[in-house]
Design a protein around this ligand. Structure first.
Ligand SMILES: NC(=O)c1ccc[n+]([C@@H]2O[C@H](COP(=O)([O-])OP(=O)(O)OC[C@H]3O[C@@H](n4cnc5c(N)ncnc54)[C@H](O)[C@@H]3O)[C@@H](O)[C@H]2O)c1
Length: 303
């Protein structure tokens, strides 16, 4: 699709990391932006930075897990700037560790934000975008959901995060099929980054009190958090680079957005095993970070 100067981009999780980088990428293309984030201070700071650049940007403090709040966001976005052209359902949080150690509240938080947050965005914005398409033959829009490499690959101690991102991938593919039944003017895409240095390691800062755990982290959860932070810090692409690649894919109408293809061998390995009837495995010999991750987990659990 053509990215229209003066078009409108709505970005959830726009106060930090990939969402903030997507906001900069949108503004640099002359778009107006509506940012939504549960973290008021991060949101305010990002808006200040964008205004300093002369951008037309507004923000709402929104918890994407709250369907009514996302509906209000869609209403306000349309009232302020008109129909959205790009909707990035990007807000997400992480939690990992041995899958049986995740609490009921961990499941509610991760699935509430990562999965229902995307579903809420789709439900609130798609009908408005379809209405805009019916009213104007020149209108073009796209809904871009942030999944992850963890939405296509599983591994030890990837926990609920991987489950939630698989759901986002499936949700996005379903949306693709459904939109294709009714229009060519509204598209969708799914963003599947590998490790990128952002603030996701501090996502507990936006964990609502209703989903707070009474117990501390388990050994596997502490070990995974430390290992993942290291992986994030050593990610091969910056958030800005991922945002630029994402916009290029949107312009080319590409559904699957993998900012780097260096991990594609993991996808192939997984699907080959499924097709050939083999059990789950990862190519540890080829990826030192996977081998290190596994080894450090074993050490943490047997100390
Ligand atoms: N960083 C990575 O390596 C990586 C890799 C793959 C996928 N992702 C995905 O990218 C997306 C963005 O994450 P990031 O890495 O930029 O992290 P980040 O923590 O820097 O940014 C996420 C933003 O989402 C906001 N947020 C959290 N819960 C929210 C809620 N309930 N409602 C509204 N906003 C909420 C946070 O306050 C934060 O500003 C997430 O979906 C994440 O799962 C990240």
């Amino acid at each position: 699709m053509k990215i229209m100067k003066n078009g409108v981009a709505v970005i959830t999780g726009g106060g930090s990391g990939l969402g903030k980088a997507l906001a900069y990428a949108a503004v640099s293309r002359g778009m107006k932006v509506v940012l939504a984030d549960v973290h008021a201070k991060a949101l305010e700071q990002t808006l200040d930075e964008l205004h300093a650049l002369g951008a037309e940007a507004v923000g709402e403090v929104v918890d994407v897990a709250d369907a009514a709040a996302v509906e209000k966001l869609a209403e306000r976005a349309e009232t302020t700037f008109g129909p959205a052209n790009l909707v990035f359902n990007n807000a997400g949080v992480a939690s990992a560790g041995l899958i049986w150690e995740s609490t009921d509240k961990d499941w509610d938080w991760l699935l509430g934000v990562n999965v229902k947050g995307v579903a809420n965005g789709i439900r609130a914005f798609t009908p408005r975008m379809l209405a805009a398409a019916s009213a104007d033959p020149d209108y073009q829009g796209s809904i871009i959901n942030t999944a992850s490499l963890a939405g296509v690959v599983t591994g030890p101690a990837m926990g609920i995060y991987s489950v939630s991102k698989h759901a986002v991938l499936a949700l996005s593919e379903c949306l693709y099929h459904d939109l294709a039944l009714v229009t060519e003017q509204v598209q969708t895409a799914v963003l599947c980054p590998s490790y990128v240095a952002t603030n996701i390691g501090q996502c507990y800062r936006s964990r609502p009190s209703r989903w707070a755990n009474s117990e501390g982290l388990t050994r596997s959860q502490m070990a995974t958090a430390a290992i993942s932070q290291n992986n994030l810090d050593n990610g091969s692409l910056t958030a800005d680079a991922v945002a630029e690649i994402t916009f290029k894919h949107i312009e080319q109408g590409q559904f699957y957005i993998f900012p780097t293809t260096e991990m594609h061998v993991l996808l192939k390995h997984r699907f080959d095993r499924i097709v050939e009837g083999d059990n789950p495995d990862l190519p540890y010999q080829q990826f030192e970070f996977l081998q290190t991750r596994r080894q450090r987990l074993i050490e943490a659990l047997t100390d």
